[in-house]
Design a protein around this ligand. Structure first.
Ligand SMILES: NC(=O)c1ccc[n+]([C@@H]2O[C@H](COP(=O)([O-])OP(=O)(O)OC[C@H]3O[C@@H](n4cnc5c(N)ncnc54)[C@H](OP(=O)(O)O)[C@@H]3O)[C@@H](O)[C@H]2O)c1
Length: 246
């Protein structure tokens, strides 16, 4: 039996891409999953698919920019399944483009979703983890923050902000209660390009998605690997990219 059986995992950004693939895989391996995102129809369809396959899942409409929504997501997990073992803070958007374009609205949107959204999740989950004596925060950051390239400055900055916050939180939490994991994917074939407003950047990312991007299930397996470790083993960072990505 998988060590995931009996674990309760809440996932933000579960309506598509990496979050959806992660929900599907963890549910297949026996976890109860609590799916958060804004598109209710997509969440409901995934809940139905998981339940039809014998898994356990509920949907909770969540806008990660709203702190109360994350409180509700965590609360729903506890109400429905009795606890929360893992929060996967995965929701994200990529308003790519050169800094000189001064897309201040896009920058603010990325800060709100990619940084504030993760912080809202941390604030909501930590008290529950402390009360339970155990918990695991997983976030989806990006290789954009590891290999800095033009056009991704602010996006990469938001991802590295989260990487930094998680590392500090790890150092503040060495009493064995909390595990933290930052997963850095390279190109993964998802709907992320749809969130890019700059037409040139959007087309470039779409081309790369078509040419060599990973299936989101590959990232889901990496996330499952981190969660499946024994409680005393913390996988801090995972970088996962297509073998042909430079
Ligand atoms: N694809 C890649 O190449 C790649 C590479 C590195 C890192 N990542 C990261 O992986 C994560 C998942 O992205 P993806 O590639 O799977 O793209 P995706 O298919 O576009 O998924 C993004 C998810 O985030 C959700 N989301 C966006 N804004 C939200 C908000 N305000 N509140 C709640 N949920 C919100 C979306 O759901 P709703 O629209 O329904 O709310 C969707 O479920 C992101 O953090 C992204 O930065 C992706």
């Amino acid at each position: 039996m998988s060590v995931l059986a009996g674990k309760v995992v809440a996932i933000t950004g579960a309506s598509s891409g990496i979050g959806e693939a992660t929900a599907r895989l963890l549910a297949e391996r026996g976890a109860a999953v609590v799916l958060g995102a804004r598109r209710e129809d997509r969440l409901d369809a995934l809940v139905k698919e998981i339940r039809d396959g014998g898994g356990r899942a509920i949907a909770c409409v969540t806008d990660v920019t709203q702190r109360a929504d994350l409180d509700r997501l965590v609360q729903r997990a506890v109400e429905e399944f009795g606890r929360l073992d893992v929060l996967v803070g995965n929701a994200g958007i990529a308003k790519l483009g050169p800094v000189a374009e001064a897309d201040v609205d896009g920058w603010s949107a990325m800060i709100d979703v990619n940084v504030r959204g993760v912080l809202h999740g941390i604030a909501a989950a930590l008290p529950v983890f402390r009360q339970q004596g155990r918990g695991h925060l997983v976030t989806t950051v990006s290789t954009s923050g590891l290999k800095i390239v033009p056009g991704q400055a602010v996006y990469a900055g938001t991802k590295n902000a989260v990487r930094t916050i998680l590392e500090a939180l790890r150092q503040e939490s060495t009493d064995g209660v909390l595990r933290t994991t930052s997963v850095s994917p390279g190109f993964v074939r998802t709907e992320l390009a749809d969130s890019i407003d700059d037409p040139e950047e959007r087309e470039q990312v779409r081309r790369r998605f078509e040419q060599f991007a990973l299936d989101p299930a590959a990232v889901a397996r990496a996330i499952a690997f981190a969660i499946e470790q024994p409680d005393e083993v913390e996988i801090g960072d995972i970088t996962i990219r297509p073998a042909v990505q430079n």
